[in-house]
Design a protein around this ligand. Sequence first.
Ligand SMILES: [Zn+2]
Length: 675
Amino acid sequence: MSPEEAAARIAALTAELNEYNYQYYVLANPVVSDYDFDVKLRELEQLEGEFPQFRDPDSPTQKVGGDITERFNTVQHRWPMLSLSNTYSEQELRDFDQRVRRAIGDDFEYVCELKFDGLSISITYENGLLKQAVTRGDGMKGDEVTANVRTINAIPNRLKNNGYPDLFEIRGEIFMHRPAFQRLNDERLEQGKMTYANPRNFAAGTIKLQDSAEVARRPLDCFLYFLYSDNRSRLFRNHWDSLQAIKQWGFPVSEHTALCGTLDEVLAFIAKWEKNRFDLSYDIDGIVIKINDYGQQEELGFTAKSPRWAIAYKYKAEQAETILQSVSYQVGRTGAITPVANLKPVLLAGTTVKRASLHNANEIRRLDLHEGDAVYVEKGGEIIPKVMGVNLAKRMPQALPIAYPLHCPECGSELVRKEGEAVHYCPNEEECPPQVTGRIQHFISRKAMDIEGLGNETVETFYKQGLVRNIADIYTLKDKQPMLLLLDRFGQKSIENLINGVERSKEKPFEKVLFALGIRYVGETVAKKLAQHFGNIDALAAASEEEIASVYEVGDRIAQSVVEYFTKETHREQIRLLKQHGLQLAAAETTTERLSDRLAGKTFVISGVFERFSREELTALIENHGGKMLSSISAKLNYLVAGDKMGPSKLAKAEKLNIPIISEQDLLDLIGQNI
Ligand SMILES: [Zn+2]
């Protein structure tokens, strides 16, 4: 692959995966199977490895897991909550086994466990009492959801027996049984509420509810499977023994766990559950394989992202054959068109499937899809299934090939396709209804303006009624109260709620507003950088592409997109209106205030977990004293600030490049502060 091709492919994959993440985490609307996501992510990882110069600062490979929502307290994990590296191939398991043998010899055991398809949780117990429960978040910090987790019957608030450490953390997976999911989802459908795609999303949505009484009404379950404490290795020699003990303390532990002496035994366990998993009342998506002995685990250590002493083997999907009834075309927020196959309902992996993703025109051509074809559908674990192929033997002789539309199904505009991209776009940004509502939904979403009392469905209703046609219209709702009262399900109370939410959003800082505008490629991080650098929207709008691209971590592609955004008169008009409504279009003074210049000209990278400060606090400290943060270790780096549990690869790289590695205290000394 030539560097130009690699750059284009990296950019395309980054944009595609970030959009999937957004759909999944922000809109709770998964559009691609885990398997497809993983395959693309690995392709991106590999390309970024070969061509690190093209890696986007916002690359999805830089995330461990989900993002942190703002509504809960954010809590630092005592032990980082890393995700496991995973594989779909037996050969890669054999490679893993070989790597382990090279590192620790042949004398070891594996523990095999089911990989529950739920929501990871870390629970702290102090003196036998449940103290705190935190979600995975980004692996370093998660959301504190203690009140909600307390409502889960399976999780003990007080431990049984004794022998447990005074203070420990236990990791597990919260999930919902399939029959309960089906029942609750059916109820929601009847009540006209949004339904969930699968039990995992339902469980994840539930654990993040604000009302723990509502959580208590939903039947969540949990399995615990990993113990952390300071004196763990004095209590137990290995993981298996700890599992037996935590059972005695009253924790739910899966009975389907096996101690394996050889890789062949591991493979047999995997094969057994590939067949039997549908007999379980809950979803699993693979098998987790861990080295049993704690000492050997420590010897193997961690990579930057995952432990070297464990791996997850993920199952590939189940297939079924059914008839393609039609293809419909959905238009997303960015104008991207997604073709969807409407299928004759078929039972697949325990659920009825009626729709499957077709991704793009290339995919339809690759499948050579014809009207009325018998197609093979696959469920990559759980999300929207995918059409894998056509049973040509069953094709009707007179069947016509599926013709990709030339015009937008929503607004009739002629579709365009950008060079190097597989996806068609509707270019009618200003008037194409799903694009307009999608942008408004992005604007009000939690990570953006976070407008309470206004949800995605309401946005669509308002749009259809002509009450809100663009983001600035949101701020005119308070003058439209008589009209709001005429709408179904809109009482005085919910209107007040909405108006208050809209008013409060005017206090959101400039960086949030900038992110909320939905400028292509301007994610949260980039919005923050731009807000800090330019200080206000007028300065940004007046900046040239070169100026924008010169901001740390902002590349040409982003700069080009920002400039393009501000050249449009409609956008300028929107911003004028937002300003009139009193939104924050300039950064508050304090964020740019410099405390000193003691670190001026110096660059820093932070790694690991710190005793006194969070990583954000350290970053702020460095920047407030004139220092600059870099995203990775390179020869031009001045200091690596290292905490506990720093990734060994980072350490090795810094040592190789002879970069001074300093502690939290050294940094404070540099600044000359005695905090
Ligand atoms: Zn359109």
